[in-house]
Write a protein that binds this ligand. Structure first.
Ligand code: BES
Ligand code: ZN
Length: 881
């Protein structure tokens, strides 16, 4: 389908459904190629809909078998059926049942939407609109039904048969080869939360008693032989269930909770009611096959999907425009959970890094859109960093603005008032307006206006008057479709740092909200603080209190003082990032500024030397973040136009080398101090030590390649865990030569039987910043570890390459050509994975003219390809617009 032919769906056109489906009885006989689906729908007219309207059910690649109304076959003149639609021209204006038979082929389903097979396992993915690939339905989130599901399959092929809710029956089918289970989910839900799983799976289980006394059987299902890797996910599940009881007062509401890991999955994981289905990458973990980063991701994603049970499932979205109602809020909840389980400042730093690289870049390019979009052609293209990460930032700001008490009361009210409904952002905000007594009308602009605001700040000290005046101004640059921007509500957490630490904040300004927060809700304002005896250094946007760019003209010396003395750990980290970022931006713009880099490296190394010796051993996870420079993509975005990726890379590498040289011995000593670890444990403290040790290794490899290569090889051999092995490989990828190639080969041998580990191996090679990488990646596509049909393999190798700033953006355009060709090929089998990959082009407009022309040509080639999916056509068109 060409995208110009696809309708634009608009928020303002929302109408309630004319029909409702109270009950759904599914009878599904699983078969690899001929799965029979019988759906019995309990229908009634919606009092809020149009009386007498036809019944139009959604479908996608479906073929209709029999159709019965109240048990009787319907005359063919009374309906029409296409693969996309089943229309009953004049249904009775009363309750009735509709029985629909369809037959589907899960083995042929390469889109991995609807019912498909993933290495012998039957599974489903229905969000956002995959249920219509299983049966004709009102496939919209505001139609909620009570489901009863009977599953039947061959006993040998699918001894495990799972669906949503509680198991109510199981048994043999006469004949002896097949068996069945029956599941009932008492909680009404939209079709996107339906799920089934069938296959030969192992599991671990555990009983859990909720705070309100319900006994729940928890289980994690994995491929046969992998139950030994399911323990961490189970541990995370139990911890996040307790956390939600304690922090949000939310108890689980069914007798079973199942998590299933499958190896072919478009996304990370899915919150189907009582039956979460996961990409196995986010479930399986043991020290030999998962890194510290994997352990942390599993913790976050298990929690995220579990938390959806209340924020998403019990209260769902009225329509897909409200997606951030569940996703932004649930990301906020999982971020808070991880912050409580680990180090809050380190988690915040990591989240802000992600926000800047993914969301700020989206907001700065052609795909910018509001947290609540107003229109879409393909909803799957709106599961974005803006909806997720910025959506979470909006909740965080709300909490800061109204305070913890009103926030918790607002959440309680939301759960109470909206439970069982399909809600909107307005419903959500109304709860907080009520509990805080605030007017949130201007705050709501965060949901409507796209683009990253910039705050320009400057301060003046008046020694005679003993005052300090802070001038703050906000602007937001135009984004596609939004030329004129209004001022948003910006909570600016701040401190004034004097020689003895934070000065008390005394001001009569109405913009000062107390507790160290100024609310900037106008284009500009000034706040004067009194009793300021000495010129302070302003520490603004503490904890990254708003998702903005900050321009504050502080000298490097002042930033270094903040690094040493700020009471806010986030801003300590930010201070050094700012020093580095400025130098990188200058050198990335103009290579003749390279000398300034050396000076900056001196300043940074000076500050880091003491820090690494004295403070780092006490908080290695934080120190690892301090040691890591801003990412190259962030520097590119700061430069903003005429970007030369090679210059940025040279600056980045140059600064790292200089810092590494100047820190030299410090880094080696640090590695020794941190090397006292006994056996591997994934806890945050141990992970922090490894992170810092491995940051140091990276700097050593860059600045002293021979020594680095030796250390990396030794670390690879002696390590008892994947984190240290992979870090050795990653460090070595920066050092060309035989030693690197040897290590790459050893790694592949060691992990030949571990696809998820080889994914990391593929990615590490795809990220090598050298001209040979494109050929290497092309060769790796022939490696047995690679497959174009498995999303994880594609994301690792091809996605990794597309994230390689210098090589994707090769000056000859071959990087663009390669990725564009793969997008086109992949689109024929899996449009969702293809369209996400095409998203790599989103920053093309800021490139220097030569690359820009080449990138645009490849985008145009994609856009003009016949028979594109809606997914890819939509991204191609919006990226070019
Ligand atoms: N509901 C989503 C899964 C989803 C995403 C379904 C896109 C359909 C389209 C799930 O809750 C989710 O958000 N998963 C994330 C991971 C999460 C920790 C942010 C994912 O899959 O990336
Ligand atoms: Zn989610």
């Amino acid at each position: 389908m060409r995208s110009e032919d696809t309708p634009l769906i608009r928020l303002e056109d929302y109408r309630p459904s004319d029909w409702l489906i109270d009950t759904v009885d599914l009878d599904i006989a699983l078969h690899p190629t001929k799965t029979r689906v019988r759906a019995l729908l309990g229908m009634r007219p919606n009092p809020a809909g149009q009386p007498g309207a036809p019944l139009v059910l959604d479908g996608d690649e479906l073929s209709l078998g029999a159709l019965r109304l109240d048990g009787l076959l319907i005359d063919e003149s009374a309906y029409s059926a296409t693969p996309q639609k089943l229309t009953l021209h004049a249904p009775p204006a009363r309750r009735f049942t509709l029985m629909i038979d369809t037959e589907i082929d899960p083995s042929a389903n390469t889109k991995l939407m609807g019912l498909y097979r993933s290495s012998r396992v039957y599974c489903t993915q229905c969000e956002a609109d995959g249920f219509r690939r299983i049966s004709y339905f009102l496939d919209r989130p505001d139609v909620m039904s009570v489901y009863t599901v009977r599953l039947e399959a061959a006993k040998l092929a699918a001894p495990v048969l799972l669906s949503n809710g509680n198991l109510v029956a199981a048994g043999e089918v006469p004949g002896g080869e097949r068996h069945f289970t029956v599941w009932h989910d008492p909680h009404p839900k939209p079709a996107y939360l339906f799920a089934l799983v069938g296959g030969a799976l192992d599991h671990v289980r555990q009983n859990y008693v909720t705070a309100d006394g319900r006994s729940v059987e928890l289980a994690v299902y994995v491929e046969p032989g992998k139950a030994g890797r399911a323990g961490w996910a189970m541990d995370c599940l139990v911890r996040c269930m307790r956390w939600d009881e304690r922090v949000f007062g939310r108890n689980y509401d069914l007798d079973v909770f199942n998590v299933v890991a499958v190896s072919d999955f478009n996304m990370g994981a899915m919150e189907n009611k009582g039956l979460n289905i996961f990409n196995d990458k986010y479930v399986l973990a043991d020290p030999q096959t998962a890194t510290d980063g994997d352990y942390a991701s599993i913790e976050a994603i298990i929690a995220h999907e579990y938390f959806h049970n209340w924020t998403g499932n019990r209260i769902t979205c009225r329509d897909w425009f409200q997606l951030c109602l569940k996703e932004g809020l649930t990301v906020f909840r999982d971020q808070e959970f991880s912050a409580d389980e680990r180090s809050r400042p380190v988690k915040r730093i990591a989240d802000v890094r992600t926000l800047r690289t993914t969301q700020f870049s989206e907001d700065a390019g052609p795909l910018a859109h509001p947290v609540r979009p107003r229109a879409y052609k393909e909803i799957n293209n709106f599961y974005t960093p803006t909806v997720y990460e910025k959506g979470a930032e909006v909740i965080r700001m709300l909490k800061l603005l109204i305070g913890d008490g009103a926030f918790r009361a607002g959440m309680d009210l939301y759960f109470q008032r909206c439970d069982g409904t399909a809600a909107t952002i307005e419903d959500f905000l109304a709860c907080f307006a009520e509990t805080s007594g605030r007017d949130l009308a201007q705050f709501a602009l965060w949901y409507e206006q796209s683009g990253t605001p910039t705050i320009v700040a400057s301060g003046r000290h008046d020694a005679a008057a003993r005052t300090y005046t802070l001038d703050l101004a906000q602007t937001t640059a135009p984004t596609p479709g939004q030329p004129d921007k209004r001022p948003v509500v910006l909570p600016v957490a701040l401190g004034l740092v004097g020689t003895g630490g934070d000065l008390p904040l005394r001001t009569a300004s109405p913009a000062y909200a107390g507790d160290g927060v100024i609310v900037l809700d106008q284009p500009s304002l000034s706040v004067t603080f009194s009793d300021v005896a000495e010129p302070p250094i302003p520490s603004l946007l503490r904890g990254f209190s708003a998702p903005v760019r900050l321009e504050l003209d502080l000298a490097d010396g002042d930033l270094l003082r903040l690094f040493a003395a700020d009471s806010d750990p986030f801003n300590r980290w930010q201070a050094l990032q700012t020093v580095a970022s400025r130098a990188l931006v200058a050198a990335g713009r103009d290579a003749t500024k390279h000398n300034a880099l050396v000076a900056t490296a001196g300043e940074l190394a000076g500050a880091l030397g003491d820090f690494l010796r004295v403070q780092a051993p006490a908080d290695p996870a934080f120190a690892a973040q301090v040691l890591r420079l801003p990412g190259q993509a962030d520097i590119a975005r700061e430069i903003g136009a005429h970007v030369d990726p090679d210059a940025i890379h040279a600056a980045h590498r140059g600064l790292s080398v200089e810092i590494g040289l100047q820190l030299g011995a410090h880094l080696l000593v640090l590695r020794d101090i941190l090397n006292t670890q006994a056996r591997y444990s994934p806890d945050a403290a141990s992970a922090g030590r490894r992170a810092l040790r491995n940051e140091a290794l990276g700097l050593i490899a860059l600045s002293a390649p021979d020594a680095g290569a030796g250390l990396a090889a030794a670390q690879f051999s002696s390590a008892d865990n994947l984190t240290d092995r992979l870090a050795a490989l990653a460090a070595m990828t920066l050092v060309p030569g035989d030693a690197r190639e040897d290590l790459i080969a050893r790694f592949a041998q060691t992990y030949a039987a571990e696809p998820l580990v080889l994914d990391k191996w593929l990615m590490a090679q795809a990220l090598i910043p050298e001209a040979g990488t494109l050929d290497r990646v092309k060769a790796l596509m022939q490696h047995p570890a690679f497959s174009l049909t498995n999303p994880n393999r594609v994301r690792s190798l091809i996605g990794g390459f597309a994230a390689n700033l210098t090589q994707f953006n090769r000056a000859d355009g071959e990087g663009y050509a390669f990725v564009a060709d793969i997008v086109i090929a992949l689109d024929r089998t899996n449009p969702q994975v293809a369209s996400r990959l095409l998203g790599s082009f989103k920053s093309w407009r800021m490139l220097e003219p030569g690359r820009k022309v080449l990138a645009e040509a490849k985008l145009a080639m994609v856009a003009q390809t016949p028979n594109l999916s809606r997914d890819v056509a939509d991204i191609a068109e919006r990226t070019l617009a």
